[in-house]
Design a protein around this ligand. Structure first.
Ligand SMILES: NC(=O)c1ccc[n+]([C@@H]2O[C@H](COP(=O)([O-])OP(=O)(O)OC[C@H]3O[C@@H](n4cnc5c(N)ncnc54)[C@H](OP(=O)(O)O)[C@@H]3O)[C@@H](O)[C@H]2O)c1
Length: 250
């Protein structure tokens, strides 16, 4: 039986690397991209690398696009094993401080990072429930962890911004609530922290590679039946010591 994984925002960055890694594990990877040219280019590159990759047009902020994508997955595969809500944007106003935030920016970021996740999840959930062991991975961030962001001794002590961090905090709650609703089903729902990775999202300033970030999503997408559900798991950013992975505080 084919195992299928849909990754949103899979044309570049962490999403592309997630598709590549799942493809090497023999999964059919459905390469969600809002732009057809960029999506087809990614599909070709993944296929050239040996993955069974299929582009699917998917703008997570477009209701019709989400509906059509779910219809296409149902027609082609009948079920969906893995959904990775990876598409995300980061925006800021002025010098980035909370007091500079405009509602327009806040709405734009939430449309993709929060509302888009709920829309895609609800559209795909019937298909995930048809799979023997559905997995949902919401790509979040340590900056969505209120405990981490308010730790005066932590690496993010100096960071203060509203749109992106608060959208990821909302996404963490979204994750916890879906996990609660689905706790008596085989479906597991977790939030991923890829760590600070060099991608276009941050002007390529991260100290980890997109592939390292993708490994976190792959781990959560391939959890065994006794794995956790409803946690924020991934890279633990400490200012000293070797790289570590684990559950982060909400
Ligand atoms: N990089 C980091 O350090 C880091 C850390 C923690 C969490 N994350 C999260 O990791 C995820 C991936 O980010 P990245 O760092 O890989 O950034 P990226 O390279 O900028 O990739 C973002 C992807 O999301 C897509 N996207 C944006 N809006 C979309 C929409 N409305 N519909 C469909 N796709 C859309 C982009 O497509 P286009 O090419 O069309 O714009 C692109 O494929 C995000 O959720 C981000 O918040 C990143």
């Amino acid at each position: 039986m084919t195992t299928t994984a849909l990754i949103t925002g899979a044309n570049k960055g962490i999403g592309f690397q997630t598709a590549r890694l799942l493809g090497t594990r023999g999964m059919t990877v459905l390469v969600g991209a809002r732009d057809a040219d960029r999506g087809k280019l990614a599909e070709r590159e993944l296929r050239d690398g040996g993955a069974d990759a299929r582009f699917v047009q998917l703008d997570v902020t477009g209701e019709e696009s989400v509906r059509q994508a779910a219809k296409w997955v149902e027609t082609e595969f009948g079920a969906l094993d893995v959904l990775i809500n990876n598409a995300g944007i980061a925006r800021g106003d002025g010098d980035g401080r909370p007091s500079q935030t405009t509602l327009a920016t806040l709405r734009e970021v939430y449309e993709t990072n929060v509302f888009g996740v709920v829309a895609v999840t609800n559209a795909m959930l019937p298909l995930l429930l048809r799979a023997p062991a559905g997995r949902i991975v919401n790509v979040s961030s340590e900056v969505g962890s209120i405990a981490s962001m308010t730790d005066p001794a932590g690496p993010m002590a100096g960071m203060a911004s509203v749109p992106y961090p608060s959208s990821k905090s909302a996404l963490n709650m979204v994750t916890a609530m879906y996990a609660k609703e689905l706790r008596d089903t085989p479906v597991k729902v977790n939030a991923a922290n890829p760590g600070y990775c060099a991608t276009d999202l941050n002007g390529n300033s991260g100290f980890r590679t997109p592939a390292q970030g993708a490994e976190v999503s792959v781990h959560l997408a391939t959890l065994p039946a006794d794995g956790p559900s409803g946690v924020l798991w991934g890279h633990l950013w400490s200012t000293d010591g070797p790289e570590a992975y684990g559950v982060l505080p909400w």
